[in-house]
Design a protein around this ligand. Structure first.
Ligand code: ZN
Ligand code: FE
Length: 259
C-alpha cells in the first residue's frame, strides 16, 4: 500500500492511497493533480472519500467521478456533489480491500466526518483522514460547530492508537507551531518538532503525515486540559481554568487572533 500527499492550491493535500493498480483519493478539491498522479503510478481510481462540503475538498469530485466511475463516499448530513454513498458515525467504507471506520467529528463543519483504517496491512500503521478537523499542531476553524463539539471531536480522534498516521488536509504546520510555542514555551518536544518541520519545509517536503502520539505531545488543541496550557490560556485570555470548554474556546479564539 502506498500513501501519497498530492499538493493542490496553496496548501491543500489530496491524499491518495494506491495498491495493485487501484487507487482512492480523499477530498479531491481539484481533479488535475489526481489525474496526473493516477497516470504516473498507473492506477485506476475506484473510490473518493469526502470529509466535508468545503469547495477545496470537493471541487474535483464530479470531474473525477465522470472520468473514472469511482464511487463517492461522504457525510450524510452535508451537501456533497452526488451521487454519493452517505455515511454516518460507525459506518464502514470498503475500498482497495481496506476497511475505513467513519467517525463523526463536527466542529469545522456541522457534518464533518473522518475515516480511520486500523489495519492497512501487515507492518502498516493505522491511517486517519481527518480533513480540516485535526491539523499538525493545530485544528480547524469553527465555522459551523461549537467549541464543545470540536473538543469532543478532537478527543475522539486523540483516543486512537498512537502510531496512527494523521493525514491532514492542509500544510499549516509551521504557522500552527508558532502559535503552539506561544501557548507552551516550555514544551521541549514541541520546540524539537518545530526545528524538524522547518527543515522539511526548507527542502520543500510535507510535514505530514504526523502521528497521534506526536500530536498528543505538541498540539495545544489536544492538550487543552494540561495544566501548562490551561494556565497559559487563563493568563493570556482570562478563561475560567475550571471550565474545559471555556479554555478550549478561548484557545481557539486566541489562535484566530494570533499574528
Ligand atoms: Zn474546510
Ligand atoms: Fe480545507
Amino acid at each position: 500500500m502506498k500513501l501519497i500527499p498530492l499538493p493542490a492550491f496553496d496548501d491543500n493535500y489530496l491524499w491518495m492511497v494506491h495498491e495493485s493498480g487501484e487507487a482512492l483519493v480523499v477530498d479531491p478539491g481539484d481533479a488535475a493533480p489526481v489525474q496526473a498522479a493516477l497516470q504516473q503510478v498507473g492506477a485506476r481510481l475506484v473510490a473518493i472519500l469526502v470529509t466535508h462540503h468545503h469547495r477545496d475538498h470537493t471541487g474535483g469530485v464530479n470531474a473525477l467521478r465522470e472520468a473514472t466511475g469511482a464511487v463517492v463516499h461522504g457525510p450524510a448530513s452535508e451537501a456533497i456533489p452526488g451521487p454519493l454513498v452517505p455515511h454516518r458515525s460507525g459506518d464502514i467504507v470498503e475500498a482497495l480491500g481496506l476497511h475505513f471506520e467513519v467517525i463523526d467529528v463536527p466542529g469545522h463543519t456541522a457534518g464533518h466526518i473522518a475515516y480511520y483504517c486500523g489495519s492497512p496491512g501487515p507492518g502498516e500503521a493505522p491511517l486517519l483522514f481527518c480533513g480540516d478537523t485535526l491539523f499538525s499542531a493545530g485544528c480547524g476553524r469553527l465555522f459551523e460547530g461549537t467549541p464543545a463539539q470540536m473538543l469532543d471531536s478532537l478527543e475522539r480522534l486523540a483516543a486512537l492508537p498512537g502510531d496512527t498516521r494523521v493525514c491532514c488536509a492542509h500544510e499549516y504546520t509551521l504557522s500552527n507551531l508558532r502559535f503552539a510555542r506561544a501557548v507552551e514555551p516550555g514544551n521541549a518536544p514541541l520546540a524539537a518538532y518545530q526545528v524538524q518541520c522547518e527543515a522539511l519545509r526548507t527542502q520543500g517536503l510535507p510535514t505530514l503525515p504526523s502521528t497521534l502520539a506526536l500530536e498528543r505531545e505538541v498540539n495545544p488543541f489536544l492538550r487543552s486540559r494540561k495544566p501548562a496550557v490551561v494556565q497559559s490560556v487563563a493568563t493570556a485570555r482570562g478563561a475560567d481554568p475550571q471550565d474545559p470548554v471555556a479554555v478550549f474556546a478561548a484557545l481557539r479564539q486566541w489562535k484566530n487572533d494570533y499574528r
